[in-house]
Design a protein around this ligand. Structure first.
Ligand code: 2PG
Ligand code: MG
Length: 416
């Protein structure tokens, strides 16, 4: 509101080409209100993208997307009141006109949608997490667990395991304890890798996790032992630290088989393999263990492992945050959890529709970064506003730890 009780309006919109953590061009949007309050948001981008995601940039060109936005979209946004998220997002879709943001670019739509949300929250004197929680219609949830990637493989690393992400799933009373425990698992994994591969050059992958010449089971073994060791150290009272995986299995699936280094599995064998890993390593988290069209394999796995076991079976490429695909998953009880990435659908409102479906089904949500990130921290606010069970944002690397530091701030954690 302005001082006169009139809603603030959009005065100006700027779009700038900036670069993500991989050095790829992306976009930063600035929404200036008519009282000159500025709100910005930049958009990350993925490498293991699902084929049902909206188009990131028209013909892959950030410049073309910005030009389309400035000439065909922004003129219709100027003067709109702040605080009306749904109509704003609907206008983005209408002006794009393609149904999958092929003209505007889903990354530009996402940056605009979130910058508008930030401007609206600021105009109402609220934090972004609180604004998002109101859109969801529930008070901000408890703080999310850290779904922290500590070893990288697949398309996020060169020379690592076939599985894309080896994850520490960390729950503890107090967000600071979670951060410290997640960092400790990252360190412990590094220590064990140096011990196990003394003459190998260890590096870090796209999401800040270690990269080592380990095969999948060796890597999982080291992860599980590291989680146990940190848990058993007694340094993090009340913490539950368990291993998890993002298989990103669409990247492994070709010609009807899942291809790992040195062997390949049929879809039935893959179900048995994943079930075995979940049970043997007590996984807390299993994301995309099957191809993005493998709804029936997802249902088979979920049916088999969920009895009496606390594990998030998560759809990422499977759902691409899209309400239609999540509905299909719900019909077949394909998973019990949905990954949320705003730029897979292009707007905050569409993401909130998916959150509402998950809420209805009693499924958890996990709010997620992309492998190419910026140092922006809106993700942290969304994870709280969405009431997500976890925030998947990596652990180390400036663009990853920025999200965790923002959550400490949101938590109002004042300890030294
Ligand atoms: C994933 C993500 C993030 P990308 O598969 O879950 O970890 O990777 O952004 O490359 O799709
Ligand atoms: Mg994934």
């Amino acid at each position: 509101m302005t001082a006169h009780g009139v809603p603030e309006r959009i005065g100006q919109i700027r779009l700038r080409k900036v670069y993500d953590s991989r050095g790829n061009p992306t976009v930063e949007a600035t929404v200036l209100s008519d009282v000159d309050r500025a709100a910005m948001a930049s958009c990350p981008s993925g490498a293991s993208t699902g084929s049902h995601e909206v188009v990131s940039f028209p013909d892959g060109s950030v410049d073309r997307g910005i030009e389309f936005a400035m000439t065909r979209v922004v003129p219709h946004l100027l003067g709109r009141p702040l605080g009306e998220q749904k109509p704003f997002d609907a206008e983005l879709k209408e002006r794009d006109g393609t149904g999958n943001f092929a003209s505007l670019g889903g990354n530009i739509a996402s940056a605009l949608s979130i910058a508008y949300a930030r401007a609206s929250a600021a105009a109402e004197g609220r934090e972004l997490f609180d604004y998002v929680a109101r859109l969801r219609g529930r008070p901000p949830g408890r703080f999310p667990a850290i779904v922290g990637n500590v070893m990288n493989g697949g398309v996020h690393a060169v020379g690592g395991p076939s599985i894309q992400e080896f994850i520490a799933f960390v729950e503890a009373p107090g967000f600071r304890t979670q951060v410290e425990a997640a960092v400790q698992v990252h360190r412990e994994v590094g220590r064990r890798l140096r011990e196990r591969f003394p003459s190998a050059a260890l590096g870090r992958g796209d999401e800040g996790g270690w990269v080592a010449p380990a095969d999948d089971e060796q890597a999982l073994d080291i992860l599980a032992q590291s989680c146990q060791a940190v848990q058993a150290s007694g340094r993090f009272p009340g913490a539950a630290i368990r291993p998890g995986l993002d298989f990103a299995a669409s990247e492994l699936y070709r010609d009807g088989r899942y291809h790992y280094r040195g062997r390949s599995l049929t879809p039935e064998e893959q179900v048995a393999f994943v079930q075995d890993l979940v049970e043997r390593f007590d996984l807390a988290y299993a994301e995309d263990p099957f191809d993005e069209e493998g709804f029936s394999e997802f249902s088979a796995l979920t049916g088999r492992i969920l009895t009496g076991r606390k594990v998030h079976v998560v759809g990422d490429d499977l759902y691409t945050t899209s309400p239609g695909r999540v509905r299909r998953g719900m019909d077949g009880k394909a998973t019990n959890s949905v990954l949320l990435k705003v730029n897979q659908v292009g707007t905050l409102s569409d993401t909130l529709e998916t959150v509402a479906l998950a809420d209805q089904a009693g499924w958890s949500t996990i709010t997620s970064h992309r492998s190419g990130e910026t140092t922006d921290t809106w993700l942290s606010h969304l994870s709280v506003g969405f009431g997500s069970a976890g925030i998947k944002c990596g652990v180390l690397g400036g663009e990853r730890i920025a999200k965790l530091n923002e959550l400490l701030r949101i938590a109002g954690d004042a300890s030294s």
